[in-house]
Design a protein around this ligand. Sequence first.
Ligand code: ZN
Length: 600
Amino acid sequence: MAVPLLAADPHSCARPAEAAVRHLSLDLTVDFASRSLHGTATWQLDVQPGATDLWLDTRGLAIEAVTLADGATLTHFELGDDDPVLGRPLRIHVRPGEEQISIRYRTAPDAAALQWLSPEQTAGKQYPFLFTQSQAILARTWIPCQDSPGIRFTYDATVRGPQELLALMSAENPQALSATGEYRFRMPQPIPAYLMALAVGDLRFEALSPRTGVYAEPVTLPVATAEFGDLEPMVAAAEELYGPYRWERYDLLVLPPSFPFGGMENPRLTFVTPTILAGDRSLTSLVAHELAHSWSGNLVTNATWNDFWLNEGFTVYFERRIMERLYGRSYADMLQVLGQTGLHHTIDELGKESIDTHLHLNLAGRDPDEGLNEIAYEKGNYLLLTLESIVGREKLDAFITKYFAEHAFQSMDTAHFVAYLRRELLDRVPGAEEKLQLDKWINAPGIPAVAPPVQSERFASVEAALQSWRHGVAPAALDTAAWSSHEWVHFLHGLPEHISAEQLQQLDQAFGFTQSGNAEILTAWLPLAVRAGYHAADAALAEFLTRVGRRKFLVPLYKALLATPEGTARAREIYQRARPNYHAVSTSTLDTLVGKPAGA
Ligand SMILES: [Zn+2]
């Protein structure tokens, strides 16, 4: 079968048409004292006739030696100029027919993918912790690799760490401590570099079903096991929707609070933030999202970060279909409305005509991480919802199932997807293409007028409560008894922008927002408090910002503070203290927003 020629990746120096990586054998020692990984990356290669060089991405890596298949013969290599975002290309001379090279290297203490936590920064406070975050282009800060989502490889690994800690990867994982601190891993399904993942910490495992389970620090494990009780039904629902789960096991790893994202869909082992441990399973749509990536993203992968919407738009749509199957349409509709609120907010922030609101992005010359936002997620999902309203669910589901099956373990760019969608679906439904206005979704700003309105029945009671409150009904007298955290978040979004500190105090007294253990509620509440000068929430805000490192929460809170001179001073003071607890993914955003503290 001819492989389609995909769009070139502006964020990688790799030239896979000359020499491509096929399999990685990683041998790493984890050194908490020097905050570095060191060892060798051995690559199996496909070198084309006439090719003379293998090009790998690196950033901040100290390359000590490169040897040929015999493991002894040194070969020539060169590191190119250093780019602050892309790093340094590593060019290794290869001969025709060369099948293997080994690179001995060491990571830098400030390697952007790696977060080294002191014992105080963990839940248990006794042992250090290491975790990686490779997406979008940070795998190159801990492995010399072809760091492009369009290039896949299988891997095996040996990892040596402190004897009392468990090591886990995006691979077949151990379920118990080894006696020596050495672990072996095997990943037989080919993945792109951004799905390489490693965590080392005081971790334990508990099974939820024969193929699912949770890893967490011992103090967190019981809470996590209770919160994720619906994991197996989620996997089953996903399979019923769009075909078999292709990665054998599906486990979760609950990280310390400094994890910069909600979740990261590392194959076989989703990394999740503890901020979704709400105690009532109300925030587990995030797990449905990461699980859905086992199809959209991990199985069929965006070819470059410009095509990110193919990963995220499908995943949001899929996530809400899973939630609908588990908890009903009215539940999923709430998630759709909350997603729309975020989408409109993002479009307002970027500007209605911004090219960054196109689904197909142009991120060349930029850090892809800075260009990836709600548009890929929610506008992508909205395109699929619109498509569903035009062709019907049955046809759309058949299309998606076939799309995943026919492109499993391959990459997809926007142009090839559009052609496939036309051929397999739009051309077969008279008038569908015209109604959908596909090109406007992909290559024009904002939301095409054809998009159907998104509504939630359950939010009607929130609108009614807001209406009563505006007419002077006391907060305690509002009918809120049946609300989940989603209703509460929608309620907070519906409060007027210029609400007084006194009004906030009354609401707080009735509903205890400042004391909420739910991170989504706090993130909707605290900006209101900052804007109104409601100082009773100051301590909770400072505590939240120093404990939690999830960027989605940090950005709106710091932005609210930065809106006033007094708040700006507080933002800087808090950031200086909190910054050591944040991952580089978060600090690179916040250094721009708040300003890098002196001496950091
Ligand atoms: Zn996602």
